[in-house]
Design a protein around this ligand. Structure first.
Ligand SMILES: Cc1cc2nc3c(=O)[nH]c(=O)nc-3n(C[C@H](O)[C@H](O)[C@H](O)COP(=O)(O)OP(=O)(O)OC[C@H]3O[C@@H](n4cnc5c(N)ncnc54)[C@H](O)[C@@H]3O)c2cc1C
Length: 547
């Protein structure tokens, strides 16, 4: 933070070269990139601690053509990687014969910028000692597609200090943010907590030169000579915005409470174009938790267990339970045009005692309690008929949030028939209905098969109860729509012109990923890359004055 600055009068409480709004991975990467290039940097965080949703995460990053992959002799050719990115981000536009793969040139350029700069950012952060990373051998989430010619090697994670236990000590995401923050602070950046950006300030040329910031009850004026980078997370916890923009109803999700979409309104005020507003990084929430507290602790990423199914209100399977969360969760948005309702608004994850008693410490175990523990949202009954009665009681309590969603009278019989059919498929190790357990990521996450079972993803149910059930609803890690940026992370007007001085990165912008979730780390890898682009570009700008 600087003192009196030439051309800036007394009305400014603080003036810096670059102001970053938000202290998650996108913001801290922008701060580290800008400060290491000599810019004075202030990071404003509305919360009482840094990290946002990133701090709750595993800190896993998906970076194409990254140095770890190359060190192992794997190749990630640019043209091939772009095909995978484009095919999954915009499936209805994709055309492999077209110069920009069927995408509008600007959207294609965003994917090129990700491929070209993600590895550069990682190399710089590794070389400077800002980050210490390692490979995580998860296959990509759509590794089975022919467009994916590098199905493994793009996923990285923070290498935790010796003695730390993953998932027990501070999360990988918290550690990632802490490392980036330390790098930015070593280079001179200042981080201010409980500072909430409220409005942008522009000069006579309509260049963005400052921010009105709420600090308790006061408003302070922050001047930015070279640029302001918004990295303020998505809008999952803003009821108005989720209702207006998302493609279907959501009950909540594990995004941090600061994900209130401030950049949507702030961007609109200065004429930003909005994009990708209907999409989110989808997941499933435990409905009974999310209606009480929409800012959930954690959600359902990979439904745990082999003798487990997810069924609808008639007791029928409607989805491959093991398909990664972003794709699986969109089944909640199916629309019944005759009954004029979302038939899958709520779904029912049912498992048997063998799954309940499993001692597998999988990081994906939630919402199945560890053996010996009880969660009050787990419904347990000795038979399917009794399970139905218990579920109905819970649904009555959920009615104010679901439009009175109820079970079909056929639920118990439907569930019995579903499980009989599922058991037969589990015996064969093949699921002709939903192809459960067939893709590389499903196999990697399913773990070892029980002795004698052909698949780790499926096992016949126990013939006797008790059976357990959790009610699942639609949710998200966070949203991924907001002001549209270009390949330097500059925010654009509807005419496609940059709004000078304004940048965006992470979940607060129209995601370059479109509707895709490329692999584990897909959100953080992209946020880091665009934070890096924003920080580098802003730091290189000519200093501006407020008049
Ligand atoms: C449990 C969980 C696990 C996850 N694991 C992974 C994973 O391993 N890999 C992966 O890629 N993704 C993961 N995700 C998703 C990932 O964490 C997020 O998509 C990503 O971290 C978002 O980064 P960001 O920098 O855009 O926003 P955030 O990390 O949310 O940071 C935004 C910050 O901006 C602040 N802010 C908001 N408005 C203002 C304002 N007006 N003024 C000042 N500050 C403001 C917020 O308080 C917040 O601190 C996970 C998510 C969850 C919930």
């Amino acid at each position: 933070m600087t003192g009196p600055v030439d051309g800036w009068g007394d009305e400014w409480d603080h003036v810096a070269d670059v102001i970053v709004v938000g202290s998650g991975v996108a913001g801290m990467t922008a701060a580290a990139a800008a400060s290491s290039r000599g810019a004075s940097v202030v990071v404003l965080e509305r919360g009482v601690f840094t990290g946002g949703t990133t701090a709750k995460s595993g800190g896993v990053l998906w970076i194409p053509n990254n140095p770890f992959l190359r060190e192992r002799g794997l190749t990630d050719e640019r043209a091939d990687a772009l095909r995978y990115l484009a095919r999954t981000a915009y499936p209805t536009l994709y055309n492999p014969e077209h110069a920009t793969l069927g995408l509008p040139a600007d959207k294609h350029a965003l994917l090129e910028a990700f491929y070209d700069n993600g590895s550069v950012a990682i190399e710089e952060l590794l070389a400077s000692g800002a980050l210490v990373l390692e490979s995580l051998d998860y296959p990509d989430y759509a590794a089975e597609l022919p467009e994916d010619t590098t199905p493994i090697g793009r996923t990285l994670q923070p290498r935790l200090p010796d003695g730390w236990r993953r998932g027990v000590d501070p999360s990988g995401g918290q550690y990632l943010v802490d490392q980036l923050q330390a790098a930015a602070e070593r280079a001179g950046a200042t981080v201010l907590l409980e500072h909430r950006a409220a409005h942008l300030v522009r000069n006579e040329d309509l260049e963005v030169v400052g921010l009105e910031v709420q600090v308790g009850r006061r408003t302070e004026l922050f001047g930015a000579r070279r640029g302001i980078v918004f990295a303020s997370g998505g809008f999952l916890h803003n009821r108005r915005l989720t209702l207006e923009y998302l493609r279907g109803p959501v009950l909540g999700g594990a995004a941090a409470e600061g994900s209130t979409g401030d950049f949507v309104d702030i961007g609109i005020e200065v004429g930003a174009q909005l994009g990708n507003m209907s999409h989110a990084w989808w997941d499933q929430v435990v409905a009974e938790l999310a209606v009480r507290v929409p800012e959930t602790i954690k959600d359902v990423y990979e439904p745990f267990g082999d003798s487990m199914v997810i069924v609808d209100r008639r007791g029928r399977r409607v989805v491959n339970e093991k398909v990664p969360y972003n794709e699986r969760s969109q089944v909640h948005f199916d629309w019944d045009p005759v009954r004029r309702e979302y038939p899958n608004l709520l779904l029912f994850m049912v498992w048997d005692e063998a799954v309940a008693a499993s001692t597998d410490p999988s990081r994906f175990r939630f919402p199945v309690p560890p053996p010996g523990e009880r969660f009050d949202f787990v419904i347990t009954a000795p038979t399917f008929a009794e399970l139905r009665v218990e579920i109905e009681q819970r649904l009555e309590k959920l009615a104010p949030w679901t439009g009175g969603f109820s079970l079909d009278p056929s639920f118990a019989d439907g569930l019995a028939a579903t499980i009989a059919r599922f058991d037969a498929h589990a015996h064969d190790g093949h699921d002709p209905d939903f192809h459960r357990g067939e893709t590389p990521i499903e196999q990697a996450w399913a773990g070892a098969a029980r002795p004698g079972a052909p698949s780790g993803a499926m096992h016949p149910f126990a013939a006797e109860g008790p059976y357990h059930c959790v009610i699942l609803g639609p949710g998200a890690l966070d949203t991924k729509g907001g002001p549209v940026v270009d390949d330097h992370a500059r925010v654009l007007t509807p005419a496609g012109e940059p709004i000078v001085g304004l940048y965006g990165a992470g979940n607060c912008i129209a995601s370059p990923a479109g509707q895709a979730y490329w692999g584990a780390g897909g959100t953080i890898g992209l946020a880091l890359t665009y934070g890096y682009l924003a920080g580098c570009h802003a730091a290189a700008e000519t200093a501006r004055t407020p008049s």
